[in-house]
Write a protein that binds this ligand. Structure first.
Ligand SMILES: [Zn+2]
Length: 458
């Protein structure tokens, strides 16, 4: 009897060393909203990325994933596992549980436990809700009202709502890019999850070490994984330190033939398709079809937007995205905000105002306009200037109007972009007016009204 009591005491002290990880309390989303956001985002991924349609391969990933999902450290989310035909070593999990595993990852692991280690790490980002916590921290002011609107059934869904905040699934998205602290939590929670599921948690540390070695060689196949999951220091050591305190169990893998078969399936896949250029894959505007409608055209009546730095009138049937304190606002009919293949929101019809801050010296209209236009053209391939900049006066201030043409998010159309620039003490103020080329003449009176109403606060 005495021996049993002692053992129990000993186990009690040992398990006390294993920290239990919990989601941050700073999260404005409910768990259900995580799931909803993940579902919508996964639909986008399926539309735009090469999903591997192979039942055997997917079933194998699912068996590994579901074994891990039973651990209480997986948070009870409805995990799903799909494979992307992509040779880079990566995997990502969306809030609420949809996970996508690159073929390059499966090809690079030495055993099933290493693969389970990456899945457990990704699943920990889901269960600890790192993605929606990131979004919450970055949008504390605007998000609560938007999420409340979501509950009332706003059009465009959760992803559309976040799109207004500039949150998308594009490269470097706050939904999928984590801090070093979050990485360490995901490692340690994931190692516990592996141990719960009967996978040797050391395999995770070994694989991450291998990735680090690759990272030092600048292996391009690793670039995305390492930028989304920055290395939080010595992974091998802290995972091994924690492992000492995890309850000892017998580790096992599924049939070892399975990984060999999975690798053979991957080796026979056709090469992944090249990503299509953004313009041709742009989704049709929500509710707008391929041409603007009477609801999206400027109404001819105006109301005022008053910001901290400037005020202007805009058409009553358009909306201002961005609050009064934002230096940058977008004004557009809701239906013309178009999401492209990368999840970035594009404006098909409307305008945006912002500041360009020159690197040095006092704002200079000619010089800074040239620098801004060059930067815009660089960021938007296919954008070209269609005429000389025209000097105009706006409220007594010197301004320039520069005409451009570029691909419209409305399918198959070109758009006209007119860029207004004004040198202000706080930087180069600019407005980009946007309309499909076929609509430009009709939109111009409304854009003129915006320009003439423009007022700077002091
Ligand atoms: Zn991570």
């Amino acid at each position: 009897m005495r021996l049993v009591v002692l053992l129990a005491l000993a186990i009690g002290t040992l398990t006390a060393q294993v920290k239990e990880y919990k989601p941050s309390r700073l999260n404005l989303f409910s768990k259900d909203q995580d799931v909803q956001l993940g579902k919508e985002s996964a639909d986008e991924v399926r539309k735009t990325m090469p999903i591997v349609d192979n039942k055997e391969l997917v079933a194998y990933m699912d068996r590994i994933g579901q074994r891990l999902a039973k651990s209480k450290r997986a948070g009870g989310f409805p995990y799903t596992f799909e494979v992307l035909n992509d040779p880079t070593i990566n995997a990502f999990a969306l809030p609420g549980g949809p996970m996508f595993i690159h073929t390059g990852l499966i090809a690079s692991v030495e055993n099933e436990s290493q693969l389970a280690g990456v899945l457990a790490h990704e699943m920990s980002h889901v269960s600890l809700r790192h993605g929606t916590s990131n979004v919450s921290k970055a949008n504390l002011i605007q998000l609560p009202a938007m999420l409340a609107g979501q509950a009332l059934g706003t059009k465009g869904g959760m992803l559309g709502t976040l799109g207004q905040l500039g949150v998308s699934l594009g490269a470097g998205s706050v939904l999928l890019r984590f801090s070093r602290d979050a990485e360490k939590e995901a490692d340690l929670n994931g190692a516990q999850m592996m141990n719960d599921a009967g996978y040797d948690p050391n395999a995770m540390a070994i694989f991450f070490d291998k990735l680090n070695e690759g990272g030092k060689r600048d292996d391009s196949k690793l670039a995305n994984f390492l930028s989304d999951h920055p290395t939080p220091g010595n992974r091998t050591k802290y995972v091994a330190d924690q492992n000492k305190f995890l309850p000892k169990i017998k580790y096992s893998e599924l049939d070892p033939q399975e990984l060999t078969k999975a690798k053979a399936i991957i080796a026979k896949l056709p090469p992944p398709p090249k990503p299509a250029p953004a313009a041709s894959t742009a989704a049709a505007p929500a509710g707008g079809g391929t041409t603007p409608t009477a609801q999206t055209r400027p109404s001819g009546q105006f109301k005022q937007h008053k910001g901290a730095a400037y005020a202007f009138n805009y058409p009553t049937n358009w909306e201002v995205f961005g609050d009064a304190n934002a230096s940058s606002v977008t004004v557009a009919p809701r239906a013309t905000l178009v999401q492209d293949a990368k999840g970035n929101v594009q404006i098909g019809y409307g305008f945006m105002t912002s500041y360009y801050v020159p690197q040095d010296g006092k704002p200079n209209l000619q010089r800074d306009t040239a620098a801004l236009l060059q930067q815009m053209a660089g960021a938007n391939p296919g954008m070209r200037q269609t005429g000389n900049a025209r000097a105009v006066k706006v409220g007594g201030l010197d301004a320039l109007l520069s005409p451009f043409q570029s691909a419209s998010p409305y399918q198959g159309q070109q758009e006209t972009d007119m860029i207004l620039t004004i040198a202000r003490p706080e930087g180069l103020f600019y407005t980009v007016f946007i309309a499909p080329q076929s609509e430009w003449a009709g939109a111009q009176p409304a854009f003129d009204a915006v320009v003439t109403s423009l007022q700077f606060v002091k």
